[in-house]
Design a protein around this ligand. Structure first.
Ligand code: SAH
Length: 352
């Protein structure tokens, strides 16, 4: 944007002014940007536009969770979810249309993959949600945290995601601290190392299994980047940063990865790492062969981890009445992977 203004013969600081109008004031009309000269406003109207994806569906859950379906182009939509809690409001943002990773238990995977979101499409989700919520809740700062845990694998859309993270942290845009932004990844090891060089946001890693044999089935990316390489990359990510832990996400699938032995193996695997565990009760979706573990099993699993010194939190299921819970985001994807065809030739996972 600075280059854009300099090209127009303007000072680079116009960028911060316009960023503030857009992201902090929610103003899309150049005429209303009163600290710009009349001539510049006029010029901007000729050559530029401020446009966000169209909201085609907005749903509210009984628990206050909100979900937006945003149309990006003729065939593709993504979903964004807002999760209000007592002391914070978390926005869950998508990074790709669909997902190429094909995790066995995720409904986004079933949609296939179409394309990466642009930086504008990623940050627009924060903008659209901020504008709507501000109007509805009459509060200035409604979104206190952002998690890249929506549709897609953020580290496979590296450059656009990093630029969007920068805007989330920028004082002229959203000014969120690194602790309030979490990127969740299935474990793209080389990209994790690159991320460490350019960003300092908090990291969540979708682990889901304590050993490779099982993780290969649940998260096929593991065949490329097995657990020991992934954990080594995690150690590199936090090395040199004090007091920081990595969150390991673990979806509990009944009879698949939820036994006491799995819990003990998980605890040994994470031993010595500054780690927190986030247990996610499985959220079902049509056509899935997995089942959610019983609450008793979930609690027992948690207790084993805790007794071995791991901070463990069971993620509360939010917004499942509007299909807004983890792994339920589907949007609308013009699949280019022909996954249905590929799937037909693949061996079924010997799960439930
Ligand atoms: N691709 C990234 C970002 C998605 S984050 C990643 O894999 O981390 C979404 C989180 O929800 C991930 O931990 C994912 O494994 C988990 N998830 C996917 N499907 C789920 C389901 N059906 N129930 C519960 N959690 C699920």
């Amino acid at each position: 944007m600075e280059a854009f203004f300099v090209d127009l013969g303007e000072k680079a600081f116009r960028t911060s002014q316009v960023l503030k109008w857009i992201h902090q004031q929610g103003v899309y009309d150049f005429d209303a940007m009163t600290n710009l000269s009349k001539a510049l406003r006029h010029r901007l109207k000729e050559i530029a536009e401020i446009r966000t994806p169209e909201v085609i569906l907005e749903q509210s859950s009984e628990d206050g969770t909100r979900k937006w379906l945003l149309r990006l182009d003729s065939g593709n939509c993504v979903e964004t979810v807002f999760i209000p809690e007592a002391n914070r409001g978390t926005l869950c943002v998508s990074s790709q249309v669909g997902c190429a990773l094909d995790c066995a238990f995720c409904s986004t995977a079933q949609q296939g993959f179409n394309r990466n979101l642009t930086t504008a499409e990623i940050i627009s989700q924060v903008l659209v949600a901020t504008r709507t919520l501000r109007g509805d809740l009459d509060k200035d700062r409604v979104i206190t945290n952002v998690v890249l845990m929506g549709m897609g694998e953020p580290l496979l859309n590296f450059n656009n995601v990093v630029r969007a993270l920068q805007l989330m942290q920028d004082d002229f845009a959203y000014g969120l601290s690194k602790r309030r932004i979490t990127l969740s990844t299935a474990g793209v090891v080389p990209a994790l190392d690159r991320l460490r060089d350019v960003s300092d946001v908090s990291l969540a890693v979708s682990l889901h299994a304590p050993y490779d044999e099982l993780r290969n089935e649940l998260v096929p990316l593991n065949r490329k980047y097995p657990i020991d390489e992934l954990l080594a990359a995690c150690r590199r990510y936090i090395s040199g940063q004090s007091h920081r832990a990595i969150t390991f996400e673990y979806v509990l699938l009944a009879g698949v990865n939820d036994s006491a032995q799995h819990a003990r193996d998980l605890a040994s695997l994470l031993k010595g790492l500054p780690a927190k565990v986030n247990l996610i009760p499985f959220n079902p979706f049509p056509g899935t062969r997995f089942k959610r573990s019983d609450d008793l099993v979930i609690n027992a699993f948690r207790d084993i981890l805790m007794s071995r010194g791991l901070t463990t939190i069971t993620r509360r299921t939010r917004g499942d009445d509007i299909d807004a819970a983890c792994g339920q985001l589907a949007g609308k994807v013009m699949d280019r992977t022909k996954r249905q065809l590929r799937g037909a030739g693949q061996a079924e996972f010997a799960g439930p």
